[in-house]
Design a protein around this ligand. Structure first.
Ligand SMILES: [Zn+2]
Length: 476
């Protein structure tokens, strides 16, 4: 660990020097400067001095590193979340990081359809286009991407690429993109060496990724699996389970083979969930996760066994009842194991993703720490629950990726209201580069906002590291 610590110290020093030399706000450098400045002799309103957060590591409690197209997908989802130790299927390009599922998705949803541009040019796949005709691909993407250059996802990824690979692509200089591409490809030649190296450089000392239940029984590469386990913890996604009710279901049959239990009624479903969680535990799992707020409200009603249909053709109402039952059973078993449960809140399906209905679930299973993810734009509601319910926590992950200012807004609201042992700062990033960029924004704003409420390094340490380390099992 000594090497890592030295690496982290070096990184923080470099970050301070880089920030001071560049145009971005150099928190550490600014703090040093202000500390040494003379105290004004007249009582004038003084701006709080941002805290120096150097040396405080960041525990990433919720990430998706590897959800990029170079690693690809399988039927169940991203390969990195289904197969342990997944390796890229082709060289990773700088575009895999920038046009990740968020970047590509928001380009399209915002009305800049790069897919359409690509098809008009007779291309099927952007990444192949870049490899075969870099100039053509670059000049096609540039005008669309430039419209998004002020948004969080672009800024986080660009900043992370600069911090970890030493190339600034923000100016859209084509040579810089080519250079970044070479460096990214080289780093990802050995992804399970690159991840821990980049973590040390970015000041990350813990990583939790949400994976599918199959992850604990399937590997892409055995050597990769061993090396991945050395730096990765996981939480098991339970949302796939709520879809396993139809009469014919290949995925359920495969999971039944894996666990030795075919879930067909309440009793066998309880056993099936128990065996999946046991497998997860044996494979390094430390909790569960769901994102049902994408498709339904978070008011999970308790259901009696006799009121639930577990297999067949279900009506919408029956499907809702089945989903409620599965979520409650997963929560009960998580409560028995004292496992945290990460719940997606806000940001998608906005009309239905308010966290307020989670209060009942949290109170029913008090030994299950309930971690609300993202929370924007329900910042007030999330803050209220974290303050009022002992087991409810907040993770600010994805806020900086949406817009760094959202994180600042959340901290201004919560630091003076929510106790400091309830908040965590992960990044919900699809690559370590995006997470590293998000972390730089988070550190800058956290230093400023903690100082503004008169807090110190203990608060920063709790938010950046200790709270997540406590929930997800401390240091490995
Ligand atoms: Zn996520």
């Amino acid at each position: 660990m000594t090497g890592q610590n030295v690496g982290r110290r070096d990184f923080m020093r470099q970050a301070a020097v880089g920030a001071a030399a560049g145009t971005s706000i150099g928190i550490v450098a600014a703090a040093e400067e202000l500390h040494t400045a003379e105290v004004p002799s007249v009582a004038a309103p003084v701006q709080p001095v941002p805290l120096d957060l150097s040396g405080i590591p960041n525990f990433c409690g919720h990430e998706h590193w590897g959800s990029i197209m170079a690693l690809g997908t399988v039927d169940e989802g991203f390969r990195a979340d289904v197969l342990a130790g997944a390796l890229p299927k082709r060289p990773v390009t700088v575009w895999d990081l920038v046009l990740d599922p968020y970047g590509w998705g928001w380009l399209t949803s915002g009305g800049s359809d790069l897919g359409e541009v690509m098809r008009a040019a007779g291309r099927k796949d952007f990444f192949t286009w870049w490899n075969e005709d870099p100039a053509g691909a670059f000049w096609a993407a540039k005008p669309l991407l430039e419209r998004h250059r002020l948004t969080g996802v672009f800024r986080c990824t660009v900043r992370g690429i600069q911090a970890l690979h030493g190339v600034d692509i923000a100016s859209f200089d084509s040579e810089a993109w080519s250079e970044a591409d070479l460096r990214v490809a080289a780093a990802y030649e050995d992804i399970h060496t690159w991840h821990p190296q980049a973590m040390a450089k970015a000041g990350f000392d813990g990583l939790v990724r949400a994976v599918h239940p199959e992850f604990y029984s399937r590997a892409d590469d055995l050597n990769g699996e061993i090396r991945e386990k050395a730096y990765l913890r996981t939480v098991m996604r339970i949302d796939p389970l709520v879809k396993l009710w139809s009469k014919k279901c290949v995925r359920r049959d495969q999971l039944a083979d894996m666990t030795g239990v075919d879930p067909v009624d309440a009793k066998s479903w309880r056993e099936f969930i128990g065996r999946l969680l046991d497998r997860a535990r044996d494979g390094g799992g430390v909790g569960i996760k769901q994102l049902q707020a994408y498709t339904r409200p978070l008011d999970f009603q308790p259901r009696d066994d006799g009121d639930v249909k577990f297999r067949g053709s279900l009506t919408d109402g029956e499907e809702r009842a089945f989903g409620d039952w599965v979520v409650h059973e997963c929560c009960k078993q998580a409560h028995d194991r004292c496992w945290p449960h990460q719940v997606h809140v806000g940001t998608n399906n906005l009309a239905q993703s308010s966290p307020l209905p989670l209060e009942a679930l949290a109170k029913r299973y008090p030994d299950m720490p309930l971690v609300m993810l993202h929370c924007w734009p329900f910042l007030s509601e999330a803050g209220h629950l974290a303050k009022q319910v002992p087991s409810v926590h907040i993770d600010t992950c994805w806020q900086a990726v949406l817009n760094p200012a959202f994180y600042g807004e959340a901290m201004r609201m919560w630091l003076g209201y929510v106790p400091m042992h309830k908040m965590m700062c992960s990044h919900d990033a699809t690559s370590v580069e995006m997470a590293a960029g998000s972390a730089l924004f988070v550190r800058e704003m956290l230093a400023k906002e903690i100082a503004a409420v008169g807090g110190g390094r203990d608060a920063a340490t709790a938010l950046l590291h200790d709270n997540a380390a406590r929930l997800y099992g401390g240091k490995r």
